[in-house]
Design a protein around this ligand. Structure first.
Ligand code: GDP
Ligand code: MG
Length: 305
């Protein structure tokens, strides 16, 4: 291993926030140092962390709930990681900034590691980057990593598959688009959280979700993330769910599936420069783009034989 990676990983192990931040940036960018860091992260301690997905439509209260869960886990003395994946904002602004400010409550707590990632405006695969960040956090001793994603686009839904178990956060009054995407989201998750339980309209949504849950074997929880009501019960319920999934080997199976998503992401990343060159080598491009893409791939394969 290169000496740079060695020193950095020692820093991560010692929970040095700057080393953790740097290690995540390096693995996100996927340069030469990334490979040696990623290799070192194939460590049993990285398997021990439980990765909990928190997904759902924008405005449901995912970030508020994530923060409430952090506060709860911290009272239990656990070290926590958070990877927040946001489709809408670039790295410098947008919704993430608001989340970051809210998370400031935990900013001085060195046992809370928070990382935001934008899906838009980035070159690399989001699953590869998020998976790597989760492992860096686990290596630094995080027992639980919360993976917050907005359940809308394909990339964000793919990230859900990196989690050991996932909770869907819903809230009353989010409108018709949410209504339409609910069914598809429920299929992907293990638990449904009806948040904003303090609002009267939450009762009808809760009743609806309890009926859905009875038919689909999902656990249902009701929280009011802004005042912490129901958060301890949710944390306990997710813990029990994780135990059940572990006992039936389903977490191991999910991790295998997650691995294949990450490998696919890296494969596409690693191929990108050669593909770019192959497309450039086609010369002036006229004609049907998919046919040209096939031609570029065929030429690339031919040069390898
Ligand atoms: N009344 C009420 N408002 C909440 C609750 N949880 C979150 N909110 C508010 O809902 C809005 C969206 O919350 P946020 O956590 O940013 O949602 P996200 O987009 O899913 O991450 C914010 O204004 C929160 O203060 C809750 O339990 N009750
Ligand atoms: Mg949010």
């Amino acid at each position: 291993m290169s000496p740079g990676a060695d020193t950095l990983l020692a820093g991560v192990r010692e929970k040095d926030p700057r080393a953790i931040g740097r290690a995540i940036s390096i693995v996100e960018d996927g340069g030469p140092l990334a490979a040696s860091i990623l290799a070192a992260l194939e460590h049993p301690c990285c398997e021990a962390a439980l990765v909990i997905g928190v997904t759902g439509p924008g405005g449901a209260g995912k970030s508020t709930l994530t923060q409430a869960l952090i506060a709860h886990y911290r009272t239990e003395g656990r070290r926590i990681g958070v990877v927040a994946v946001d489709p809408s904002s670039t790295l410098s602004g947008g919704a993430l900034l608001g989340d970051r400010i809210r998370m400031m409550r935990h900013a001085l707590d060195e046992d809370v590691v928070i990382r935001s990632m934008a899906t838009r405006g980035r070159a690399g695969g989001i699953c590869a980057a998020a998976g790597a960040a989760v492992r860096v956090m686990a290596y630094s001793g995080c027992e639980i990593v919360l993976l917050e994603t907005v359940g809308v686009g394909q990339a964000e839904l793919a990230v859900v598959h990196l989690a050991d178990l996932t909770a869907l956060v819903l809230a009353p009054g989010l409108g018709d688009d949410v209504q339409a995407m609910k069914a598809g989201l429920i299929e992907l998750v293990d638990a449904i959280v009806v948040n904003k339980g303090d609002q009267p309209a939450a009762q009808a949504l809760l009743a609806e979700m309890q009926a859905v849950a009875a038919a689909t074997h999902r656990a249902v929880f009701c929280t009011s993330a802004s005042d912490g009501t129901g958060v301890a019960q949710l944390a306990a319920g997710l813990g029990e769910l994780a135990d059940t999934l572990r006992q039936s080997d389903r977490i191991a199976l999910r991790r295998q599936a997650a691995r294949s998503i990450e490998v696919m992401d890296w494969a596409l990343e690693l191929l990108r420069p050669e593909l770019k060159a192959a497309v450039a080598a086609l010369g002036p491009l006229s004609g049907e783009p998919q046919a040209l893409a096939r031609l570029a791939i065929a030429r690339l394969k031919a040069t390898e034989e």
